[in-house]
Ligand binder design. Structure first.
Ligand code: ADP
Ligand code: MG
Length: 633
């Protein structure tokens, strides 16, 4: 996320008119596939149907692992859930007894789909709630554990046929047409896959999608913007599991029998290969990965035993080596490379600057009425924070009123950032209390602070570097909009999305970054990235603004512009608490100053009072000279 790495500039394609847009190319490929479908050889069709089934699961994994940062080796077990649910409903006399008159043969597979989805939903939600709290390598290890457990469970339940499985699964019948062959069912498989890709693409391109993208590496930041990241992680996990279950349902009706073997850990690992090799965070990478691995597996299963003289699953070893190689050379999977090579001919036509999606009716975002000037917004009462033996904050008391700028200064390590974390809910005080607009906030998460009108920036910039400035800022307005995952996936959120984009653009322009709205955040200078953080905080329409070293890295004129902006916000009635090292900036701007040293407040008052305080001069400047006064001139 450093300012020097500029992925966009490096990847900029050679100039020239693209022959087709990605959308046209996608459409052309789909039409070509549809036209060829009836003429392709049986074997090819069956391979393509399998690729479609794998790609559906891999697309879920791209969302979960590539976008959301959660690795799962256990996805094959959810495919098994979907397959077994429908196989059982369609063949078991018990199920027929349950369903009674509703058990007409044509309806049974749909009952199976419903059962599979409900069952997978419940199980995934439960597993997710328990295991997604785990950090680091524990989560992948845990997915291996339950992947294995579910596999053995399937093989050991007598009513599911044990290791032999269930035979006699009927074909799917849609509108009176029996889809008994891969050629028939393959059409449905690919239709479902394309529909899923479309919906997932929509989801990523929405308010909830921005929250999902923040799950990987940006959770602390997203929580401060009001996102319930733990819940989003579980929902993403459930979504990936449901896609796997749908794939399993289709699989059962294609094979017409199920047994535990296709749902073992090996397949779980292969599915993860597909997602990662194809393109970690890119949906079409799932299709690419599924195609490559499926074709490669076919070849290797013929080739390797002949080569080695014995039979066995040797292809797994080759896949492992392949994954190592791909991740070494193409850390983001193969899709970005393919897309870059294709960019000579295929390129999105850039949107004219300033034009968002054209939507006739723009929804209203939630508006907050700011408290009247002088209202007590933030109140810290003897707040202490101890890290083991170190007292980072020692009984700090301070207040912030609407319509004032309060500066918190002190040498490095004085405890300023720690205090910011206390009063923004990122961390809990060891003792003492924080009140926000009258409400005691003890034990509440930072998203509750955001909901009550607190906006903040971070000393160490926390942006989604690959996403545009616009998207980053829009994340700040997360709590002002409502539409959820389903609305986003079906593109019913467009008026609200337009309102969010308009709000984000307004704040970006207000902060003087209008020209950079559509560039990736990481390509801005560090100083500008700090300003993006301010715009993001403002998009939430806060009444309290916490700024941790906002002027660091800004040039002189930029600092002056920031100063003007903050004065303007104060005049509008915001309460602003700012940590800053630039004394000229602080002394000219702040109404009140609190000075910290070794975690303790040593002075508080107007800039003039603080500058005249001998204790401050001594502590802050080591009593060397009156540089503090010099700076202010
Ligand atoms: P400032 O922002 O004023 O420079 P900080 O609040 O970052 O200071 O740090 C105050 C003190 O607390 C420092 O001595 C720092 O090393 C310590 N500290 C901060 N965060 C932690 C932590 N998570 N664990 C242990 N010590 C910490
Ligand atoms: Mg700090």
């Amino acid at each position: 996320m450093s300012a020097s790495s500029n992925p966009v500039a490096v990847n900029t394609p050679p100039e020239g008119k693209p022959l087709v847009t990605p959308r046209q190319l996608t459409l052309a490929c789909v039409v070509l596939l549809a036209l060829a479908w009836g003429f392709l050889p049986e074997f090819t069709v069956s391979v393509l149907a399998n690729i479609g089934l794998y790609a559906l699961v891999a697309a879920g994994l791209v969302m979960l692992t590539g976008v959301g940062g959660m690795t799962s080796f256990g996805q094959a077990a959810f495919v098994g859930m979907g397959a077994y649910a429908t196989a059982w409903i369609c063949t078991s006399p018990v199920a027929a007894g349950w369903l009674g008159a509703a058990a007409s043969p044509a309806l049974l597979p749909w009952a199976g789909l419903l059962l599979g989805l409900v069952f997978t939903f419940a199980l995934a939600w439960m597993l997710g709630a328990v295991t997604l709290k785990l950090q680091g390598h524990y989560l992948p290890l845990c997915t291996i554990a339950w992947g294995l457990s579910l596999y053995y469970l399937l093989g050991n339940m007598d009513f599911l046929g044990g290791q032999t499985g269930i035979t006699g699964v009927p074909p799917l019948v849609i509108a009176g047409v029996s889809l008994a062959t891969p050629r028939m069912l393959g059409v449905v498989i690919w239709a479902v896959l394309l529909l899923a890709l479309w919906a997932l693409h929509n989801l990523l391109d929405s308010r909830e999608g921005r929250a999902i993208r923040a799950l990987k590496g940006g959770r602390l930041m997203a929580e401060s913007m009001g996102v319930d990241t733990a819940r989003h992680r579980i929902k993403l996990f459930v979504l990936a599991a449901l896609l796997a279950a749908v794939s399993g349902w289709l699989y059962a009706h294609m094979q017409r029998f199920v047994n535990p073997t296709p749902f073992n850990l090996n397949i779980g690992i292969e599915l993860l290969f597909m997602a990662v090799v194809g393109g970690a965070g890119h949906l079409w990478g799932a299709v690419l990965g599924a195609t490559l691995i499926t074709l490669l597996k076919e070849k290797l299963q013929d080739l390797l035993p002949a080569l080695l003289g014995t039979s066995g699953n040797f292809e797994v070893i080759v896949f492992g080596l392949l994954m190592l190689f791909v991740l070494q050379r193409f850390s983001d999977g193969l899709w970005p490379t393919v897309a870059r090579l294709a960019r000579r001919w295929v390129r999105a036509v850039p949107k004219p600057a300033g034009a968002g999606p054209v939507v006739s009716t723009q929804a209203q975002l939630a508006q907050r009425t700011l408290p009247a000037t002088g209202t007590l917004l933030l109140q810290a009462d003897t707040v202490s924070k101890r890290f083991g033996g170190l007292v980072a904050n020692n009984e700090i008391s301070m207040t912030l009123k609407a319509g004032e700028i309060h500066a918190l200064i002190g040498p490095n390590g004085a405890g300023k950032s720690t205090f910011f974390n206390m009063i923004s809910g990122v961390d809990d005080p060891s003792s003492g209390e924080v009140r926000l607009v009258g409400e005691a906030m003890s034990g509440k998460p930072s998203r509750a602070f955001a909901a009550r009108g607190l906006g903040r920036t971070f000393q160490h910039v926390r942006l989604l570097g690959q996403r545009s400035v616009l998207e980053n800022v829009a994340l700040g307005a997360h709590l002002r909009a409502r539409r959820g995952w389903l609305a986003a996936a079906l593109r019913l959120d467009r008026p609200e999305e337009a309102a969010l984009m308009a709000e984000a653009r307004k704040q970006i322009e207000r902060c003087g970054l209008g020209a950079h709205a559509d560039t990736p955040a990481a390509s801005l200078s560090l100083g500008q990235q700090r300003v993006v953080e301010i715009a993001r905080a403002l998009a939430g329409q806060p009444s309290v603004l916490l700024l941790d070293e906002p002027a660091a890295g800004l040039r002189h004129l930029e600092k002056r512009a920031l100063s003007v902006l903050l004065s303007q916000l104060r005049a509008e009635g915001l309460g602003i608490l700012v940590v800053e090292h630039d004394m000229e900036f602080v002394m000219n701007l702040a109404d009140r100053i609190t000075v910290l040293e070794f975690g303790t407040v040593i002075a508080t008052g107007t800039p003039a009072e603080v500058q005249a305080n001998p204790r401050v001069l001594e502590a802050y400047l080591g009593g060397a000279d009156d540089e503090l006064l010099e700076d202010a001139r």
